[in-house]
Design a protein around this ligand. Structure first.
Ligand SMILES: [Ca+2]
Ligand SMILES: [Ca+2]
Length: 403
């Protein structure tokens, strides 16, 4: 009988250990911790967003395990992240580091066994925070509590959404402007991988006006080295900006565009096997009306204001029958070659920093002359245009009606 009493007592103790809620000394134990699920090692797997005030429990399960937790902060607020190392575990401490989504260091702590480290800092502004927990051995349990409730939110905040575990996919070949991935939709993550050391991935981005743009590039996982390189350029090759995000952070290229048009994001690296994601925003700047229809399907203007050809107006007759036209790159058009004809006769082009064509109407009878131009672009298009000029004698300046 005494034996069965001991058994009952042992059973009661065991159920007490299992059901902390019923037997624990305080109210704090009434609510079970929320387990931190694996996989959570990289930026797209990050566990979260964490709710303020809630206790999350996890464990560093192997010497190489990384636990990444995602939080949203809703402004430039003071925050407190409490990290507790639970029990003796496999080593005397573990490391916790808090960074912005873009990799900017915010704070860190290294709690000892059964101790709590507080990362109490001012967050720089609304957006994503990533808390990374690491150790050096297999088996270190921990708990995390983030607050306060007026700063930590589960509602997405900041200009850049969290990198996606299932981004839009892109296909090779996409190594140059002519093969760039179709224009990206605003505020959506697109995923790719640097498949070889020489791989280049090119993305077309249509900006719909003179706008502030924000292009984010995330490096997903440790990959084959620490960074990928991203560069944003105009269609004519003009540099806009660049960034090199480190593993499991995103970097932003912020710029103001001069006008509507297509720009290109080039992602490159130096080794085989770096996964990344790209996103273009904000929503009111990307896609939609790019000053016509979409990118190359828009016929760029050849003559006239903003056109490829810079030439005298034909609204008045030309008393000087000797002039020069220039052929220039415009937004979305890079000129590879051109041919200029006056009344069907080909004019010799002068190469320099820009293509120029001297048009000499001297010695020709008075009348109307057609200047016709064919432009071949670097992305394989042929653009044509023509303009009629009228010659006249200086005795009747401005006497002719506009053509
Ligand atoms: Ca992990
Ligand atoms: Ca490629």
């Amino acid at each position: 009988m005494a034996g069965s009493g001991r058994l009952r007592a042992r059973f009661a103790l065991t159920s007490c250990a299992v059901a902390l809620a019923l037997c624990g000394p305080g109210v704090a134990l009434a609510r079970a911790d929320t387990p931190i699920a694996e996989p959570n090692d990289n930026i797209v797997q990050a566990f979260g967003p964490l709710s303020p005030g809630e206790t999350y429990s996890g464990s560093l399960d192997s010497p190489n395990d990384v636990d990444r937790l995602l939080l949203y902060v809703n402004g430039a607020k003071q925050i407190d992240i409490a990290v507790t190392k639970v029990g003796a575990g496999c080593s005397g401490s573990l490391d916790a580091e808090l960074r912005n989504g873009d990799g900017g260091y915010i704070g860190s702590g290294s709690p000892s066994s059964d101790g709590t480290a507080h990362i109490g800092v001012g967050a720089p502004g609304a957006g994503i925070l990533l808390l990374t927990l690491t150790g050096t051995c297999a088996g270190n349990p921990y708990q995390v509590v983030a607050g306060p409730a007026d700063a930590i939110t589960t509602v997405p905040s900041g200009p850049i959404p969290r990198p996606s575990a299932s981004p839009n996919s892109t296909a090779e070949p996409n190594d140059d402007v002519a093969h760039a991935s179709a224009p990206v939709a605003a505020m959506q993550w697109y995923g790719g991988e640097m498949a070889s050391p020489n791989d280049v991935d090119m993305y077309a981005i249509d900006v719909n006006g003179a706008k502030q743009i924000d292009v984010a590039v995330a490096k997903v996982g440790a990959g084959c080295n620490g960074t990928v390189d991203a560069e944003l350029r105009n269609a004519d090759g003009g540099y806009i900006g660049s960034a090199s995000p480190s593993s499991d952070t995103f970097a932003q290229i912020q710029a103001t565009t001069a006008a509507a048009g297509r720009i290109y994001l080039k992602v490159s690296g130096t080794c085989a096997g770096n996964a990344y994601e790209v996103l273009a925003g904000p929503a009111d700047a990307i896609g939609g009306n790019t000053g016509g229809r979409d990118g190359p399907s828009v016929k760029p203007r050849v003559f006239g204001p903003g056109g490829i050809v810079v030439s005298p107006s034909n609204r008045r007759c030309l008393s000087r029958r000797n002039f020069r036209i220039r052929i220039r790159n415009i937004h979305g058009v890079t000129v590879a070659a051109a041919a200029v004809f006056v009344n069907g006769r080909r004019v010799r082009l002068i190469r320099g920093r820009r293509l120029r064509a001297p048009v000499d109407l001297r010695g020709l009878p008075k009348g109307r002359y057609t200047v016709r131009i064919r432009v071949f672009t670097t992305d394989g298009r042929t653009l044509t245009g023509q303009r009629k000029y009228r010659t006249c004698s200086p005795r009747r300046p401005g006497g002719s009606p506009p053509l």
